[in-house]
Design a protein around this ligand. Structure first.
Ligand code: TYD
Length: 189
């Protein structure tokens, strides 16, 4: 089983990854958790670029794809093949959203990814209103980048909102972590 958590920054994805992993381990399953960007060389370069100056849109897109290819080959595929549950914090739906904001067509990004990236069995989109999300990630009114950030996250939200595959489940991330977790479990049972 391959499960992915998606959502804009501040929605609490990593907390939900851990709660779900613990719950499934208690049922005796082997669970592998991971995230994108990864801690590998491409992912590290992407994270560093947040501080050292953002890469061009094309360089950034290419690096996310390289990072994902390596992630699939080294961890995702081998884990799924031996029967483990894989739970990810972000996958190619984030590329559709975030690199979509940088000018690429989200559907074209999806098409490229589906050529090499296995489809998840379940994708949980954690939904949260923008003000709460900005508050949680520490962007306050009046900060210089507030409008830019708000606009970008709004566009990401719209890309996530447009996904309508059978494997997509939406959960209200404004609730307590325990309630969000219950919502996730209810879709899996
Ligand atoms: P994030 O999950 O916020 O990591 P952390 O909280 O550990 O810094 O991911 C970092 C950023 O990467 C986030 O703003 C979304 C962005 N991102 C993309 O732009 N494209 C992608 O394909 C992925 C997976 C992430």
């Amino acid at each position: 089983m391959f499960i992915v958590f998606e959502g804009i920054d501040g929605t609490g994805k990593s907390t939900q990854v851990n709660l779900l992993a613990d719950a499934l381990r208690q049922q005796g399953r082997e669970v592998v958790t991971s995230k994108e960007p990864t801690d590998g060389p491409h992912g590290t370069r992407l994270r560093q670029s947040a501080d050292t100056g953002r890469l061009s849109p094309q360089e950034e897109l290419d690096l996310f794809h390289l990072d994902r290819k390596e992630h699939i080959a080294s961890l995702i595929k081998p884990s799924l093949e031996r029967g483990a549950v894989v739970i990810l914090d972000r996958y190619f739906f984030s590329t559709m959203a975030y690199q979509g904001v940088r000018g690429f067509d989200p559907l074209e990004i999806r098409r490229i990814n589906e050529e090499f990236a296995p489809l998840p069995d379940h994708v949980f989109i954690l939904e949260l209103d923008l003000d709460t999300a900005l508050d949680r990630i520490g962007v306050r009114d009046g900060e210089a980048n507030q409008f830019e950030q708000r606009d970008s996250l709004q566009k990401c939200h719209e890309v996530f909102a447009a996904l309508d595959d059978d494997f997509i489940h939406r959960v209200d991330a404004g609730q307590t972590p325990e309630k969000v977790h219950e919502g996730v479990l209810s879709h899996l049972s």
